[in-house]
Design a protein around this ligand. Sequence first.
Ligand code: T46
Length: 144
Amino acid sequence: MMRYPNLEDIELIDIPKISDPDGRGNLSVIEKELLPFPIKRVYYLYDVPSDSSRGGHAHLELQQFLVALSGSFDVVLDNGVDKRIITLNRPNKGLIIPNGIWRELESFSAGAVCLSLVSDVYKEEDYIREYDAFLSFKRGQSNP
Ligand code: T46
């Protein structure tokens, strides 16, 4: 039987960092081999007030890779039964979120920038934006 992605499949992965030998700072690079999907779109969130949240939905198919390019924020991941909170606060660490996981991004620090590399172009029909609809969707899957 098919196994759907779950919270334990969500990985924080290292982005290669090249430190400059002459003290000019760091350079990180994301090449296509780093991610389990081809990148079709890039967007970023910034100037998010600390008392605001982003996300609050799941995707049917979209996979994504989130990086805190600057500052920090929390990613609350939810499979309809359990939740997991991961703080992103380093530009050389990224979080791969598979499809079918509800996510909320909150507690943005001042100056935080969230880079998102995703597996498809923008399609509103790929979003589940109502939590009850998400729970119904998860009930239709074999694992939570
Ligand atoms: C996600 C989190 C982390 C577009 O027109 N094109 C786009 O590529 C995107 C991402 C959004 N939009 C429009 C749709 C809405 O009218 O921008 C508006 C705000 O989008 P949304 O409410 O979905 O924004 P967030 O920050 O809640 O969610 C976004 C992504 O949509 C989502 O995939 O995981 O960032």
